[in-house]
Design a protein. Structure first.
Lengths: 479, 435
């Protein structure tokens, strides 16, 4: 399948535009000569029919949640309600410019305000900003808040360290480092949770905070969470919670009650807004009382029955997004929460945890589960005991019609398969997946080449990633 | 609940396999004192119909004003093919193409997008998207510092004030000082001496006041200091691209390429640079390779720059980006071609100039700057706040005076025009200004 650049022909076009009044050359004369484009950009020249066939064909080479089971750990690939898409396209939302007067955007501001209030309730925390465009952007915003907080207290100079469990998402250390913090790793214990003695050793007055994922990336809830957050608070540090795994305790427990100071939501994960081939997501951030004075502006507030923008945050870190964040994603998240209600939120986490534990117990006889025990919404298996590569099992799953789990993460498990089924898959699908995993384990012994050469019936065979990195070809070259 | 398929019998079977009696037992590992503190939201579940009605009612409470507002986001026409194709659920229900063999659709259009962005900007490599134009600009400054070193960045007073605020936020956190660069009566920036320790000069093209900057000679004056240019991609249909003027990094807000205004999000961050800086660039990249049978295909490549591999030494923390918006931009550019893009740019250019001429002809109104502009311009008048209110009452929105003032122009509002604005709308605006 070639790119669109290999389709079409000189002189074809897919769109038409109104005629202008003047001669085009005369219009161009409005621009200074030296700044007029000398050579047109090289763009495709295709008919509308060719264009539609090309992107339809590309879509068929993709695997989405609507195609089949997508147990990509840490990504919460649940079913994406179709209502969401229609609501986000309503002209009353989609066609609004963000700089219209407040009188003209009351409905939009109400959406944002209501979502903010609901997210505060879910987090059990008093402050919110909707601006971060993704989880990692929320982390970066969190690091800015921590800096500002300690700057205000005159402690920034000495609070140089952010602690991170060794099971953390890669975005965590990257976000901390981007804002100038030194990253200090905290090892996990045999249960896969934070080693309290190791944490104790690393705690001191040079610690600005800790970044935790709850439940952690092994899918295990930190039973000592209250102890951990208390220990960090004891030395004056702040607790950042990565909310990627909120689906595990939705409607049942609140990060604010666990000692979180900052908590980011991933609306594209937990609230199914969806993932869009890699974005846009949204990463709203809830904060505890001490961090309220530093939140980004503007804040969306309600006075009487009016919604308005407020810039009255005395020590704000400023804006992290040019406007209000990924608003259309938020429209979908609000629709999702309203659909579920309290009952549905609990049902979602119950279904997710039930499905994950079911898969865990049905797979653990064949695939090693190094940190076995009650898991939350996901768990991590390993292919090491079978003597095969996680990558090969993953690619073979494609032949069975499944999207592979997350592989080689978290880093503390060798040949890791991180499996997150979500609550929206039927028991029949889970059983079919278990069956495929069993068969692949058998194939690994009897016909290992089936795995090593997989996939066999995807749009392409296994792709050469080394070649791609060694001789980067990153664009189509002009003929 | 319609999204969860588990029947009573399914639940029983799963519980038996796990060896627990009740679903609630699965949450025993969460300390009880935490669980018992949970406060429900007080929300009953709603049917699809009820949720639709509720959200439609909220959408209806927003008043439709004819948008003559710009500030980086522009009301261009989105051809029906863009909406139709980008809404295919094989695209929107997929995630980052970690598994290349089942993500060839995404990886192929990412490769097309990278090509198109290089062509538009005149640069050699582009990533597959950032969140928006403002954070792309901030990331460009951070990337420049990794290469150039230094501790301050030169920022024009005429930079889009929202982009400026985001850059300032990031720079404060990263320990980079912001030094203002003034503009003259034409509205163009005037670059004085480049101080020691400068990371980069930011130039916006056209700038926040709508004025087209003259990029020639800037890079020569900067030497090793980076020239970062933030572009309005539609304008590049008729303007010489920054790559021709030696820009080191080109960023921009990609919303005008086939994405709705969306009350300011989601947006699309464009990011392109020189090939020699490829390994310092943030964000995802799709690369061409071959499969085991020698057939062409695409993978995410150069991932050793990225956070999931490099962790605290990554070029950025970005993970989820703005892929679906980049897909829309790709389809938009493929649909328009160079010719269509030029036509859209010419229409916007022509209408903006017709309107500017008409406004400048009204007693009391004048253009704030004498420099050349593309489709956005600043108008000075005695009572801009009153004028803007009068326009709102008549169903017309222009660029608010308070935001124009943030670029140092008092007593003025701004006007942006796209091909969507009709003769009738232009006339109406002029009539209301005449009073």
């Amino acid at each position: 399948m070639g790119t669109i650049y290999r389709k079409g022909k000189e002189g074809r076009r897919a769109t038409s535009w109104p005629r202008w009044g003047k001669d085009p050359e005369e219009i161009l004369g409005l621009l200074p000569e030296g700044l007029r484009r000398r050579e047109p950009p090289w763009l495709p020249q295709v008919s509308q029919g060719e264009l539609v066939r090309h992107y339809t064909e590309l879509s068929r080479m993709n695997y989405g949640v609507d195609t089949g089971f997508y147990p990509l750990g840490s990504c919460t690939m649940k079913y994406n309600p179709k209502l969401h898409e229609e609501l986000a396209c309503l002209p009353g939302f989609a066609e609004l410019h963000p700089l219209l007067p407040e009188e003209a955007t009351q409905g939009m501001l109400e959406v944002l305000w209501r979502l903010g209030e609901l997210l505060k309730g879910i987090a059990g925390m008093p402050g919110i900003t909707l601006q971060p465009a993704a989880g990692a952007h929320g982390e970066l915003t969190g690091m800015l808040l921590i800096r500002r907080y300690f700057e205000d207290k005159g402690e920034l100079e000495r609070r140089t360290k952010i602690l991170l469990p060794d099971s953390a998402h890669g975005t965590n250390p990257a976000s901390a480092a981007m804002m100038g913090f030194q990253v200090v790793s905290v090892p996990s214990n045999e249960q896969g949770t934070v080693d309290l003695a190791a944490l104790e050793e690393r705690l001191g007055e040079d610690v600005a905070g800790i970044m935790l994922t709850v439940p952690n990336t092994l899918g295990i809830f930190e039973r000592d969470i209250l102890r951990i957050t208390a220990m960090v608070h004891e030395v004056g540090g702040l607790c950042y919670f990565d909310g990627a795994n909120l689906n595990a305790f939705l409607g049942r427990a609140r990060p604010g009650d666990m000692g979180a100071d900052i908590f980011h939501f991933n609306l594209h994960k937990t609230f199914s807004t969806p993932h869009g081939s890699g974005g846009p997501g949204a990463g709203p951030l809830a904060v505890s009382e001490p961090l309220l004075p530093y939140l980004p502006v503007p804040q969306i507030v309600k006075e009487g029955d009016r919604f308005m923008l407020s810039y009255e945050v005395p020590k704000t870190i400023g804006r992290v997004h040019p406007f209000f964040g990924n608003v259309l994603v938020m429209v979908k998240a609000l629709a999702y929460i309203l659909t579920l209600g309290d009952e549905g939120l609990r049902e979602a986490s119950a279904g997710a945890v039930l499905a994950a534990n079911y898969l865990r117990v049905r797979l653990r006889d064949i695939y090693a589960v190094p940190y076995d025990g009650l898991c939350k919404h996901e768990f991590v298996a390993s292919t090491k005991n079978l003597g095969v590569k996680a990558r090969d099992v993953a690619k073979r799953l494609i032949d069975y019609g499944f999207h592979p789990p997350t592989v080689y993460f978290p880093l503390i498990v060798e040949e890791a398969l991180m499996i997150e089924p979500t609550e929206t898959e039927t028991l029949e699908t889970l059983d079919a997946f278990i069956d495929a995993m069993h068969r692949i384990a058998e194939e690994a012994q009897k016909q290992p080449e089936l795995l090593a050469e997989a996939p066999h019936n995807a749009p392409v065979r296994r792709l050469d990633e080394v070649k791609a990195a060694r001789e980067p070809v990153l664009r189509e070259e002009r003929p | 609940m319609e999204y969860v398929p588990h029947t009573r019998a399914d639940i029983e079977r799963m519980l038996r396999a796990i060896g627990v009696e009740d679903v609630e037992e699965l949450f025993d590992d969460i300390p009880e004192e935490i669980r018992k503190n949970y406060v429900p939201l007080g929300l009953p579940p709603l049917s699809e119909l009820e949720v639709r009605q509720e959200l439609e009612a909220l959408a209806a409470r927003n008043r439709k004003l004819v948008p003559f507002v710009g500030f980086g986001l522009y009301d261009h026409y989105i051809p029906a093919v863009v909406n139709e194709l980008a809404r295919r659920s094989e695209f929107y229900t997929a995630y980052t193409p970690y598994q290349a063999e089942v993500s060839q659709g995404t990886l192929t259009w990412m490769f097309e997008y990278q090509t198109m962005i290089c062509e538009l900007t005149g640069m050699e490599v582009a990533n597959a998207s950032m969140y928006d134009g403002a954070t792309a600009l901030a990331e460009a400054v951070l990337m420049a510092r990794r290469i150039v070193g230094g501790d301050r960045v030169l920022v024009p007073r005429s930079l889009n004030p929202f982009h400026r605020e985001v850059v300032e936020t990031y720079c404060r956190g990263a320990g980079i000082g912001v030094v203002d660069v003034p503009y003259d009566e034409t509205g163009r920036l005037t670059l004085g001496d480049v101080p020691e320790g400068t990371v980069a000069l930011i130039v916006q093209q056209p700038n926040g006041l709508g004025i087209i900057e003259d990029l020639s000679g800037l890079k020569e004056r900067l030497g090793d200091v980076f020239l970062i240019v933030s572009v309005y991609p539609v304008a590049l249909g008729v303007l010489e691209p920054p790559g021709s003027f030696g820009a080191d990094i080109v960023v921009g807000e990609g919303q005008p390429l086939g994405n709705p205004l969306s009350f300011g999000g989601p947006l699309l961050g464009i990011f392109a640079t020189r090939r020699k800086y490829l390994r310092m660039m943030p964000g995802r990249v799709s690369g061409r390779t071959v499969d085991a049978e020698g057939k062409e295909g695409y993978v995410m490549t150069l991932q050793t720059r990225e956070q999931h591999i490099r962790r605290e030494r990554a070029t950025s923390n970005i993970c989820t980006n703005s892929a679906l918006c980049a897909l829309r931009a790709t389809i938009y550019l493929a649909a328009l071609g160079a010719e269509g893009l030029r036509e859209v740019a010419l229409l916007s250019l022509e209408k903006a100039h017709d309107l500017a001429e008409a406004i400048a002809g009204i007693p009391g109104y004048e253009l704030a700057f004498s420099g050349p502009f593309f489709n956005e311009f600043v108008v000075k008048c005695p009572d801009p706040a009153g004028v803007v209110k009068r326009l709102y009452r008549e169903g017309i929105a222009v660029g608010p005076p308070e935001y124009v003032a943030r670029m140092g122009v008092e007593g003025a509002f701004s006007v942006a025009v796209t091909e969507k604005r009709t003769e009738g709308e232009l006339q109406r605006l002029v009539e209301v200004l005449r009073g």
